[in-house]
Ligand binder design. Structure first.
Ligand code: DHE
Length: 558
């Protein structure tokens, strides 16, 4: 049977089955734009059903394949309902105007600004590219919800709290462990920072995305793109998974409660789909409540899709700062209150993505990457204090804090869409004239930076170029000198994959970089001399991406 346009509930079921099974995809998932970057994004309902032109319709099998591929490779940037966010919207009518040949070329070759060349890079076969080009011209299927009952069914408490150690079972300095995401293996490797020995290799969610540390540092939380949260206890001689649960169908963020008296008590998971956040017990992952995300946009109107992007835990108040991507609000969720409600919706900017705190923990700076801005939220006063134009598609990770010789405390953003490190004042108390204003713009050799990182004991700020269109450029990393306020040095770090993401050891004297390939590698540098100390390459080191030092992550050191 051939599929006409319309909503396909059967396919939605397949989509869910796929996500529940959690099959592993080889993934370079990052967002791109191109000619549509400035396109207006719709505020309201998905377009009415359209009739695709001759030769476009897909049979059931092709449609299911298209839906799977779309969810794995495209939904993160373009949205499950294709209304756009970090990538442009892909509405059927517009896609039909493009036509199959043009869409095939785009999916195959990528676009400047970050859209990966899925075909050329070997992630999709010519047949899959063709199916995707036709799938995009059809109405998107809508994935179903996930209720608290369904979430509770997935809850697996492997080790009750009473059976866990009451003190660390290891003589190693567990606060200096490094958790490394092995994205396409759906695993996390735990390394002993000082010796660089791998001490555990643990199964987590599908295409696992990030780790966060509990306030005490004892637990790592892993979040998979399939919405699975994994709780890892580091006090065992060999760290182990003590609980897991699946609170979303699609997710990118997880965080714990950090305020005094609430340390390690609760965990929040933010969903990309369904439009909800879920609260769990921090020691067992028992689901406590599900809260729907408001769908109103800061620009007015009700949205069909609002995803939860970054979540950060304040140390100063019992709140999480929750970025609502499409709607542009930063929600304050108060975990000291019954029901874990949103107590404030702060208008920030639309298409929020990643961000982090200033050095005091009072200000949260978040990229609105399709608006080319960073929005700064005063978490204490619960208001937006600035919108800063930084460059094309800022993508700072959690960002970086350091003392500039001229402008005092600053923060910075790097960009996917241009080679630029933008430094802005971040000390409203002692340096109000420069606060939240761009004070330096440093040219980087290429666009495509995903992350920058520093440590309070480091003289440098490190930047990657993971999404550079030219693969050679994507292997280069750079360091910026804080003291000289200029780019110090760039060099080719990886030989066969893209360089991505940085993390320091606890002391801030060594830096770990990932070589993002199937046969992946970790490269470790002495931070002072910038000399390479060690390369770890093992068959099990599959697609290493993010790395998280326990102490630095628990204490927001970046
Ligand atoms: Fe991420 C952070 C979303 C692709 C590695 N990424 C984040 C955050 C969000 C996000 C919302 C902030 C989480 C927080 O702080 O609570 N990432 C997305 C996407 O939507 C996107 C663009 C596409 C997708 O489908 O997922 C995407 N991310 C990637 C990658 O391709 C990366 C490079 C490797 C991977 O996982 O496939 C990647 N993202 C990371 C890392 C962080 C991150 C390592 C945390 C950085 C840190 O230092 O905290």
């Amino acid at each position: 049977m051939s599929r006409p346009a319309g909503r396909f509930t059967g396919v939605a079921r397949v989509l869910v089955a796929f996500l529940l099974v959690g099959s592993i995809a080889v993934g370079l998932s990052a967002c791109g734009g191109g000619e549509d970057d400035d396109a207006e994004r719709p505020d309201t309902a998905a377009p009415a059903a359209t009739v695709p032109p001759e030769g476009v319709a897909l049979n059931d099998e092709e449609f299911e394949q298209g839906a799977d591929t779309y969810f794995r490779q495209c939904a993160g940037c373009h949205g499950a309902l294709r209304v756009g966010a970090t990538g442009p919207p892909l509405e059927p009518e517009v896609m039909q105007q493009r036509g199959t040949t043009v869409l095939e070329a785009i999916v195959n070759n990528g676009m400047p600004g970050g859209m990966p060349p899925w075909g050329k890079a070997g992630f999709l076969s010519p047949e899959e590219v063709n199916v995707m080009a036709r799938f995009l011209q059809m109405e998107p299927p809508e994935p179903p919800g996930l209720s608290i009952e369904e979430i509770t069914e997935t809850w697996d408490l492997k080790v009750p709290v009473a059976d866990r150690p009451t003190e660390p079972q290891t003589t190693r300095n567990w606060q200096d462990y490094m958790g490394v995401i092995l994205r396409d293996a759906g695993k996390v490797a735990i390394f002993d920072g000082p010796t660089k020995e791998r001490i555990a290799l643990l199964d987590t969610g599908y295409a696992v995305h990030i780790l966060r540390s509990s306030k005490t540092g004892r637990y790592f939380y892993a979040i998979g793109r399939d919405g699975k949260v994994t709780l890892i206890d580091l006090w065992y001689e060999t760290p182990r998974v003590v609980a897991e649960v699946k609170g979303c169908i699609d997710a990118r963020s997880v965080e714990g409660s950090k305020y005094e008296g609430f340390e390690d008590k609760y965990i929040i998971e933010g969903c990309f789909w369904p439009m909800q956040y879920v609260i769990f017990d921090g020691l067992t992952l028992e689901p406590k409540t599900v809260v729907d995300v408001p769908q109103e946009s800061i620009e007015g109107g009700t949205l069909d899709e609002v995803r939860i992007a970054a979540i950060a835990a304040s140390d100063a108040d019992p709140v999480w700062v929750v970025a609502l991507k499409e709607s542009g609000y930063v929600a304050i969720v108060d975990y000291s209150k019954e029901g874990f409600p949103i107590t404030k919706m702060i208008e920030a900017q639309r298409f929020l993505h990643d961000g982090g705190f200033d050095r005091t923990g009072r200000y949260f700076s978040i990229a609105a990457n399709m608006k080319n801005q960073m929005a700064v939220i005063d978490v204490e006063e619960q208001e937006r204090v600035a919108l800063i134009d930084t460059g094309i598609k800022p993508h700072p990770g959690r960002g970086a804090n350091w003392k500039d010789p001229e402008f005092g405390w600053v923060m910075a953003a790097t960009h996917m869409g241009e080679g630029k490190l933008t430094v802005y004042g971040a000390d409203p108390e002692n340096n109000p004239e420069h606060a939240w204003k761009v004070v330096r713009e440093i040219e980087l050799p290429s666009a495509g930076t995903l992350f920058l990182k520093t440590h309070r004991n480091s003289p440098w700020v490190w930047t990657d170029a993971t999404l550079a269109t030219n693969e050679e450029d994507s292997r280069r990393i750079c360091v910026y000198s804080k003291a000289e306020a200029k780019l110090h040095k760039c060099w080719k770090a990886t030989t066969d994959g893209r360089g991505v993401h940085f993390e320091y050891n606890k002391a801030g004297t060594q830096v770990w970089v990932s070589n993002w390939t199937r046969k992946g590698e970790l490269i470790i540098y002495d931070d002072k001399s910038l000399k390479e100390i060690k390369r770890i390459r093992e068959p099990w080191l599959v697609t290493p991406t993010g790395k998280f030092n326990v102490f630095n992550t628990a204490n927001d050191i970046y």
